[in-house]
Design a binder for this molecule. Structure first.
Ligand SMILES: [Zn+2]
Length: 67
């Protein structure tokens, strides 16, 4: 199993080949982390300090929370 990882943000997204939902998540991941240091690694290389990417949480990272 492989994963896309951003070494700048310490975030990763697991790549499930042939899974459209997974591929959309990878696209969203690459969009959020465009211009960062993206690498493709084996899943077991992902270290504990890395957080799993959740595309549903991504907008709240980019925009300030409305109070
Ligand atoms: Zn990043």
């Amino acid at each position: 199993m492989r994963a896309r990882a951003c070494t700048k943000c310490k975030t990763y997204a697991v790549i499930h080949a042939n899974n459209p939902v997974s591929l959309n998540r990878i696209k969203a991941f690459e969009k959020v982390h465009s211009g960062h240091s993206l690498v493709t690694v084996d899943y077991f290389e992902i270290k504990d300090e890395y957080k799993r990417f959740n595309e549903n949480e991504a907008p709240s990272v980019e925009k300030p929370v409305v109070s």
